[in-house]
Ligand binder design. Structure first.
Ligand code: ANZ
Length: 851
């Protein structure tokens, strides 16, 4: 019988669908396991093989956990609000709901064709009114708790996308979506107070089984710094400048101050002669993003205000400057500059000839990496070089206060105590994390459930007024001033509020696309509940998500935002756990080789041939430029699951995706290599339908089976699917050498194959005469007594050189192995009567004799 993947896969997909094989039961008494994929944004391009990688991994675990007796929740849905559908609507006039539905249909069909064991009855899209009703409801919770507020602030505005973007959505001054330039503009915005949860978001990371690099990304993004606030009085002025510093111990080295150009005190303190210059500088700085401003290699620029502050200890006057390297959005928007010990201050002081006073004597040991440590030390002490490290405090004594001789930590403690005692400052913590800019001036998102009244007051809608659906529009484009397209629907915007009878305006903003994905894992617990977002019992049953699989690109976006919402909901008693996602893994990116002609035009991979690692164009023979890239349409190196499934079947695709390499590593796609997995499946199929199958249980054959099952199970538990598949391949090699295949052994291997290649497993299970569904059978039990090998191959070395190899009975003692080895003439020859001084013995592996 030949392996007909197309027939088999269709047959079992229909079977699972008809029998609802993977339905998760909320009232089950089995232990639960919740496996979640980051649900996709249904783009026009359809699913790509990168999606398939993570989804296959989560499906293997879902299927394995069912085999181990768990009630498994493995759901799928659509993150369907967002920019691309809307931009398509602007170009074509097609309503985003229409495009979205079409794309979702494609994704659903593709996921079905991969045999993933989702409980499809739980499917929803975040743009369904039945879903976003509850997204809006959660916003009302945030609002009522004071965690959502409106504020005029400088925002990242993208003129091309016509919307503001959050800090997390901007990289290097450009929108992550589309790479368009972003500018700074003051706008009234909805903001969520994520900063109120900064400490909890940091602390609770400790309990999560997440990759360290991912935790690090969140830790750095939250950016907690411990230090002090220090107050400087202003000379001949009643105002005070408060600075945040992580190095209060360098206070004696503060020789000038810098205010951010937006600092509110500038207006008051700037002297008449400096006004024009200061104003011009402020204007220039207003258009720069924080990122440009803090770039380390940037030339320092700034202007003197004409005013002086008084040093809090010595009362010496220190000049007050303004410069763009100080950000209004961090700390207090003002710094004490210590050029001797801070690189940025040092560059600034050099550029403007400001005094540099060294207050740390650096230990020469710390300069050892430098070619000329003594010379450098001299320069540091003379204020001609910057030393940001540690040492012993010097030049830091005044009146009763003496820091000289202290280490950085000792000096910090002493100076903070002094500042607190003299009401000149106190211990303080600062965070890089900013509040979350939560409004977009777009159409395709959740409208805010807010009414604005003429007197400036507002009202948040009650649950019985939700969902608030967006109006129908024919023009979806945002207005050039950055105003939302919702403003065009006059009848929708201007209403008489039924509850108060007052005239009201609806809010014109929509929520960012992250809103829907902040809580979708909760809705999957109870997706059809029309009375509540979820019932308490349903989240008690399923939370937390036991395994979450998705891309690292969400590290400081979705994964931070959803943790924040979850913590708010936890504080409201609405969810039973502090954290949503207990264990998280990031599949590595799937990349592919792209090929370019000398003109720069890309060539389809099928039109290339390889010779000694170089690539040539088949038609013209031209040598091609080739590189490993992210898959993309424009580079012609994208691969769709559809084409692979058509040719090799979903089971081969699933296997190949897992066999490419360790889950978390980047992998290079190679369509030719899918064939290898296809051949393996063919061999498996031939073996399991062979006439060599017998009812006899040969112990040697069963030993091969149990060893394979044992090793593969361990790999599945460790999410090492590539080595699990390698073990299946080894198994086939070993097993097919036997003259007869015990049916029991074949059945066990079919069960082990099931999580990886479920269609073939079902087909073979049936052909072996079973009436049950292998997807719901238990994982085979390993008999430990069959795991033991009867013999072990020893490598015998003399002085580290291999001199012999022996097969010996398993688990002999060191003495027994020594005796057998020394009786052997090829070993004796090298010992040659000499004394054995040392023996290295690794049981069942190695004996090394040192003479
Ligand atoms: C004096 C000093 C001396 C500083 C020294 C550093 C080294 P992190 O660690 O990133 O939190 N700073 C404070 N507010 C700032 C702002 N709004 N814009 C730009 N820089 C600002 O950085 C804290 C340090 O960054 C603070 O400590 C301050 O410089 C500067 F040897 O104060 B420091």
């Amino acid at each position: 019988m030949a392996y007909e993947h197309q027939r088999i896969e269709k047959k079992w997909q229909s079977f699972w669908e008809k029998h609802k094989t993977f339905k998760a039961d909320n009232s089950s008494t089995k232990p639960k396991y919740y496996v979640l994929d980051m649900f996709p944004y249904p783009s026009g391009a359809g699913l790509h093989v990168g999606h398939v990688e993570g989804y296959t991994a989560s499906d293997i675990i879902s299927r394995y956990k069912r085999q181990k007796g768990f009630e498994v929740l493995h759901p799928m849905g659509w993150d369907s609000f967002g920019l691309p559908a809307e931009q398509y609507a602007i170009r074509t006039g097609t309503h985003p709901a229409v495009t979205t539905k079409k794309n979702i249909d494609t994704y659903r069909r593709q996921l079905h064709s991969l045999g993933f064991s989702y409980d499809w009855e739980r499917e929803f899209a975040t743009s369904d009114a039945k879903y976003y009703k509850w997204t809006q409801w959660i916003f009302t919770i945030l609002y009522n708790k004071g965690l959502a507020y409106e504020a005029e602030m400088y925002v990242n505005y993208c003129p091309v996308l016509g919307t503001v973007l959050s800090n997390e959505e901007v990289d290097n001054g450009r929108a992550i979506e589309g790479g368009h330039l972003v500018e700074r503009r003051p706008l009234k915005q909805w903001i969520l107070k994520i900063t109120e949860y900064a400490d909890q978001l940091l602390e609770d990371l400790a309990d999560l089984d997440w990759p360290d690099y991912l935790k690090r990304l969140q830790i750095n993004w939250i950016g907690k710094s411990e230090g002090a606030h220090v107050q400087f009085r202003i000379k001949d002025h009643s105002g005070i400048i408060k600075v945040f510093t992580t190095r209060p111990d360098t206070l004696f080295g503060a020789t000038y101050m810098v205010l951010a150009p937006e600092h509110p005190l500038i207006e008051e303190i700037t002297t008449a002669t400096q006004k024009a210059e200061v104003n011009a500088y402020k204007q220039k700085a207003a258009n720069e993003t924080d990122l440009d401003r803090t770039a380390l290699n940037k030339d320092k620029s700034g202007v003197f205000t004409g005013a002086y502050a008084l040093h809090p200890i010595t009362q010496e006057p220190v000049p007050i400057w303004i410069s763009d390297y100080v950000l209004m959005t961090y700390g207090t928007g003002a710094i004490m500059a210590v050029p001797a010990h801070d690189e940025r201050d040092f560059e600034f002081a050099q550029a403007f000839h400001l005094p540099i006073r060294c207050v740390y004597d650096v230990d020469s040991k710390d300069l050892a990496d430098n070619p000329n440590p003594e010379e450098l030390k001299k320069k540091i002490l003379a204020g001609e070089a910057c030393w940001p490290g540690s040492g012993k405090s010097i030049n830091s004594q005044f009146s009763g206060l003496d820091l000289n001789g202290l280490s950085v930590e000792e000096a910090k403690k002493k100076i903070i105590d002094w500042l607190e005692a003299n009401s000149s400052g106190k211990r303080a913590t600062s965070y890089k994390l900013r509040d979350w800019l939560f409004a977009r001036q777009r159409y395709w998102g959740e409208p805010f459930p807010i009414l604005h009244f003429a007197d400036g007051t507002k009202r948040v809608l009650d649950l019985d007024e939700l969902p608030l659906c967006p109006p129908e529009l024919s023009n979806y484009a945002p207005s050039p001033e950055g105003l939302s397209p919702l403003g065009r629907a006059k009848e929708w915007v201007d209403i008489t509020d039924q509850k108060t009878g007052k005239q009201a305006k609806r809010d014109l903003n929509t929520m960012p696309q992250w809103a829907g994905s902040c809580w979708y894992y909760l809705r999957f617990c109870d997706p059809t509940n029309d009375e509540e977002a979820w019932s308490p019992a349903s989240v008690k049953k399923w939370l937390p998500v036991d395994l979450y699989i998705g891309g690292v690109e969400h590290a400081v976006l979705h994964l931070l935002y959803s943790r924040f919402w979850h913590k708010v909901l936890y504080d409201c008693g609405l969810v039973p756990t502090k954290e949503p996602f207990k264990c998280l893994r990031n599949p590595g990116m799937v990349t592919a080789r792209s090929f370019q002609l000398s003109t720069g035009a890309y060539v389809e991979p099928v039109d290339t041939r390889e010779e000694n690692g170089e690539f040539f164009h088949v038609k013209t023979g031209e040598k091609l430029r080739s590189q490993i890239d992210k898959m993309s349409k424009s580079k012609l190196n994208g691969v769709t699951p559809d084409e692979i499934i058509e040719e090799f079947g979903a089971d081969s695709l699933r296997l190949y995706e897992m066999f490419m390499g360790p889950l978390e590593k980047e992998k290079i796609w190679n369509t030719d290599a899918v064939n290898g997995c296809y051949r393996f499946l063919n061999r498996f199929y031939d073996m399991a339908t062979s006439s060599k199958i017998t009812d006899q249980e040969d112990p040697e054959a069963m030993r091969i089976v149990h060893k394979a099952v044992h090793g593969i199970e361990k790999d599945i538990q460790d999410l090492q699917f590539n080595t699990a598949i390698a073990k299946m391949m080894e198994f086939i090699n070993e097993f097919t050498r036997l003259s007869a295949y015990p049916k029991k052994g074949i059945s066990m291997m079919v069960q082990v194959l099931m999580p990886f290649a479920p269609h073939m497993a079902e087909e073979l299970w049936e052909s072996l005469g079973n009436k049950t569904t292998v997807s719901l059978e238990a994982f085979p039990e390993v008999d430990p007594s069959l795991l033991h090998e009867s013999s072990a191959t020893y490598v015998v070395q003399v002085n580290g050189k291999v001199r012999a190899r022996f097969d010996m009975p398993i688990d002999l003692s060191q003495e027994e192995v020594m005796k057998l080895a020394l009786d052997n003439s090829s070993v004796q020859k090298f010992i040659d009567g000499k004394d054995i001084q040392k023996v290295v013995f690794v049981p069942n592996r190695l004996l090394n004799l040192v003479v």
